[in-house]
Design a protein around this ligand. Structure first.
Ligand code: SF4
Ligand code: SF4
Length: 67
């Protein structure tokens, strides 16, 4: 059974670009470049490790509609 698909959303006012989410993502679906947090849906396997790893609760997993 695949995990329910989610989109990872960042609350930019909370995120201080610590990189913890980048470090735990097994698929490099999050990167921080030029002081910008970026998410790549096509790489994400919806494990939510990033959401758990964020020390300030800046990430949310938004369920995606199943095709
Ligand atoms: S849910 Fe998993 S695969 Fe997707 S961005 Fe977060 S850590 Fe990476
Ligand atoms: S773990 Fe949280 S605060 Fe750190 S870079 Fe990721 S979203 Fe931002």
């Amino acid at each position: 059974m695949p995990l329910p698909k989610v989109k990872i959303d960042v609350i930019r006012e909370k995120c201080y670009l610590c990189g913890s989410c980048v470090a735990v993502c097994p698929k490099e679906a999050i990167i921080i470049e030029n002081d910008e947090w970026m998410f790549f849906q096509e790489k994400c396997i919806s494990c939510k490790f990033c959401v758990l790893a964020c020390p300030v609760g800046a990430l949310n997993a938004i369920p995606l509609e199943e095709e």
